[in-house]
Design a protein around this ligand. Structure first.
Ligand code: TEU
Ligand code: CA
Length: 559
């Protein structure tokens, strides 16, 4: 297996809490994942990115870890994890763990010690700061979950930094002991046989000395004050040298606040840091209809903006770094609702179209649980949303500062909340969509009788089988891994078309991101007598010429 095996791999993200419950407590668990590994093998994916299953008080659904080397009771035991790992490997599926080391839970033993006193040996494991002369925090930093990023602790007379919830204190990566503890823990997991790490907000681990303020209306990611700090590459190179380079892993850094130029370092093809990163420009909304209240209002990028952003990352990283390709994850609304059309008429067509335009770019594609069956956003009553990001934003924006009405906030939550992705997986049309025999921890979508795995497996032109084809093509075609990317029709308002070219062949990918029928005359010069259709979401498509119908997409060999 070549050392960069992940270049033609497809990764499937599991959010364990919402994937499959095996014991009727309404919460997804490791045994549930074990039960569904054959389903994932059928889909053809190569790697599972498993969102955190470690011990955690669940303030941020497991992204607040209190013991990195033990399993949260809700999810089962370490034996359960070992069984999942063993069966996954027997099915030639690798496991990528979620590494959350920008912060721990405040219930981690390190923090319990750290907050005891200034001279406790663990005190400098975290980011503490003295109050200013008026007793206020050292800067204006905001938490990504609303409010100040600083919490005062009487016992030490200092504030500690929490870029996220107050139960998620930021680790002090400038302390070599912290780095040593993290690398030791990573090694322990690698020696167990896991195959990689997705690194949570890894671009935030190096803070600027003196903790300078970002722009006036900053929040946890704004400016460089909390992202892409001065020692980030030193620490990632150290991690690579002491851990990553010793194993055959796949690594992806979650990098809010990192642009394409900066990404070249994080995802450098020289293998000195990480294999790839998640960038967030394409899911940060339209510059034409921007957000005014954190993430909550604003609109998705227009198609021209989206196409320009994808193309920028394709061209900028070409030859020097590697892209991840994603439209969904556990923090984002469902892509078919956000970028496609989740009506009964167009949901499947647009889900397939979005997957086509994404999967055939140059990079490693990521599929989020439920995306492969076209799961959609939901619209629940506001009090059913439990995610800390929503709860805190509601208090901050609606109750405290009254900058957005409850009605507008509800609509914003329906469009943009992370909960859209955390609605339980829809396995069949039985009660609770076959997710649990108990009371589900979070409400099911009202559409699970229409949208579920059982139905998808019984329908030979379902979104599931389309994804299975995409993955088969990704595996089988060297051109999709290494071929050059070239955007076509840069000015077109509705068509996203690009070429993938190797020295032997040339393929064209065409997607109509609109509900309109549009002409392909702009592609006339690519019509060839060698047209060989590879995949299409309309069965009767045979060549480039015919108009594109609503949400039509295809990929074709043209040379
Ligand atoms: O997310 C960081 C991050 O960028 C998210 O805050 C995301 O941009 C935002 O929620 C979108 O509204 C990581 C994890 O993926 C997220 O689940 C955790 O809550 C967060 O870090 C803290 O660990
Ligand atoms: Ca369970």
């Amino acid at each position: 297996m070549n050392e960069k095996w992940w270049k033609n791999a497809v990764v499937y993200q599991i959010y364990p809490r919402s994937f499959k419950d095996s014991n009727g407590d309404g919460i997804g668990d490791l045994e549930g994942i074990y039960e569904k590994l054959d389903y994932l093998a059928e889909l053809g994916i190569d790697v599972i990115w498993m969102s955190p299953v470690y011990k955690s008080p669940n303030d941020d659904n497991g992204y607040d870890i209190s013991d990195y080397q033990d399993i949260m009771d809700d999810f089962g035991t370490m034996d359960d994890f070992d069984r999942v790992l063993k069966k996954a490997h027997s099915l030639n599926i690798k496991i990528m763990m979620d590494l959350v080391v920008n912060h721990t839970s405040d219930e981690h033993k390190w923090f319990i010690e750290s907050k005891k006193s200034k001279d406790n040996p663990y005190h400098d494991y975290y980011m503490w700061a003295d109050p200013d002369k008026n007793g206020n925090p050292p800067n204006r930093w905001e938490s990504c979950f609303s409010g100040s990023a600083w919490e005062y602790v009487e016992s030490v007379g200092q504030f500690y930094l929490h870029s996220f919830s107050r139960k998620q204190p930021d680790l002090n990566w400038d302390n070599p002991k912290v780095r040593e503890e993290v690398f030791k823990m990573m090694t322990w997991w690698c020696d167990k046989g896991i195959d990689g790490f997705r690194m949570d907000v890894i671009s935030m681990i190096s803070k600027y000395p003196g903790l300078p303020d970002g722009p006036e209306n900053g929040n946890g990611y704004t400016g460089n004050t909390s992202c892409d700090g001065p020692n980030i590459h030193k620490y990632l190179r150290e991690m690579n040298e002491k851990v990553l380079s010793k194993y055959r892993l796949i690594t992806v850094g979650e990098c809010p606040g990192v642009n394409a130029e900066q990404a070249k370092k994080y995802a450098n093809i020289d293998g000195s840091e990480l294999d790839m990163i998640f960038q967030f420009e394409h899911v940060s909304g339209s510059a034409l209809k921007p957000c005014h209240h954190g993430k909550w209002d604003g609109e998705a990028m227009t198609m021209p903006e989206l196409r320009a952003n994808f193309t920028k990352w394709q061209k900028d990283l070409e030859g020097c770094a590697w892209n991840s390709l994603f439209l969904s994850n556990h923090d984002q609304p469902r892509c078919v609702s956000r970028f496609g059309n989740d009506s009964e008429q167009y949901r499947e067509l647009s889900a397939k179209m979005l997957a086509t335009m994404t999967h055939f770019q140059k990079g490693t594609p990521y599929v989020y649980q439920g995306e492969e069956i076209g799961m959609t956003n939901v619209q629940f009553p506001l009090d059913e949303y439990g995610d800390i990001e929503v709860r805190n934003a509601y208090q901050d924006l609606v109750i405290k500062n009254k900058t957005i009405s409850e009605d507008d906030f509800r609509k914003a939550v329906w469009n943009k909340s992370r909960d859209n992705a955390r609605v339980p997986m829809q396995w069949d049309d039985s009660e609770n969509a076959g997710f649990t025999t108990g009371k589900p921890w979070f409400r099911l979508s009202d559409r699970y009788q229409e949208i579920n795995v059982k139905k998808a497996l019984e329908k030979n032109d379902s979104v599931f089988y389309y994804y299975k084809d995409l993955i088969r093509l990704r595996h089988g075609e060297e051109l999709l891994t290494e071929g050059d990317y070239q955007l076509l029709l840069p000015e077109d308002e509705k068509i996203f078309a690009y070429l993938r070219t190797s020295d032997k062949e040339q393929w064209i990918v065409v997607a109509n991101l609109s509900e309109d029928t549009v002409s392909t005359e702009g592609l006339a010069k690519y019509v060839s007598d060698k047209e060989d259709i590879k995949i299409t979401n309309y069965k009767d498509r045979t060549g480039i010429k015919a108009d594109l119908r609503p949400y039509e997409a295809f990929m074709m060999r043209i040379r």
